[in-house]
Design a binder for this molecule. Sequence first.
Ligand code: NAD
Ligand code: DAU
Length: 332
Amino acid sequence: MQRILVTGGAGFIGCNFVHFIMVHTRLHVTVLDKLTYAGTIDSLSGLPSGRFEFVQGDICDAALVDSLTPTVDAVVHFAAESHNDNSLEDPRPFLDTNLGGTFTLIEAARKHGTRFHHISTDEVYGDLALEDPDRFTESSAYRPTSPYSATKAGSDLLVRAWVRSFGLQATISNCSNNYGPYQHVEKFIPRQITNILDGVRPRLYGQGRNVRDWIHVADHSSAVLKILEAGRIGETYLIGADGERSNREVVEMLLEIAGKSRDAYDLVHDRPGHDLRYAIDSSKLRRELGWMPGYRDFDAGLSDTMQWYRDNEDWWRPQKAATESKYAGQGH
Ligand code: NAD
Ligand code: DAU
């Protein structure tokens, strides 16, 4: 494998993956990204021009996708509408990009016989009770609950059907909540970090009891590379780093890191249909491919992430006011 196409490479996880690939492989990367509100070319600055190319475009554009696909050995598909709160306000772009865009990409990959890796989420499995000893595995039932997770579930099923019906050379990964640099300020951790930096109290939905299973974005990248190189075609791999924390715990940790009182946050009205808990059992990936997460200390990971936002205000500041005004309209 020498050349890959990375869709959504100007977004949070996609850009971290591209930076990771540049350091850890000799692969040439073409990024295809529409540059929606969630993507910025600034996240890809400083990459070696001889190994990197950027194409601004829509994954729903069949002619464009069909022209790019035969130029690469594999497609790694990150592009999506990714934010649950947005999907509750306006589901349409989620159907277009997450379902229509994935359909366009797998049609091109099947036509050209191109290796395909589909990036998905643990949210396709719905949620777990707080006290449930079980975690999601590759055989958990699909029970998506939001417009976002329903479209991601649908996209997974499209890929599975194309593997079975057309022999698409595809793998799928479903990962838990990522944190780290370059994450849009609409998401939980960067929203709270940048609020704290602005002297604004963090906002917890409901009672802050909901649990997410946090993984550093660099560990997501290393897992995707392993699957791309050694994953069995047609298989799904769950990616997680045993990072379960309640939202309240995370906010308390961030406040402490910033030297503020641990209770200096506000409770705001809950997200409709808010999933209670996600938890990943990633033993298949660890056993079959020998993958292990590198970031084991969540406290240190949060500290580094807060420092990144301190050091990179130019990157996030342009998005902050519009994001907060959207949240104000939602009562969040
Ligand atoms: P993001 O919203 O930060 O970035 C999405 C990127 O896709 C942006 O650069 C955007 O411009 C681009 N894009 C959107 N629509 C497009 C279109 N029609 N054509 C081309 N480009 C388009 O998202 P993220 O958090 O980096 O998530 C990336 C992928 O990982 C998604 O598939 C998401 O479902 C999945 N995922 C995310 C998480 C998480 O914690 N954020 C966890 C598991 C899985
Ligand atoms: O589990 C993987 C998923 O994680 C990905 O598929 C999604 O793309 C990604 O956005 C994320 O979804 P969540 O809905 O879990 O992430 P979000 O950052 O929106 O919220 C995390 C938790 O924090 C959730 O329980 C809602 C809560 N929250 C969020 C915000 C923005 C708050 O309590 N306050 C907030 O201000």
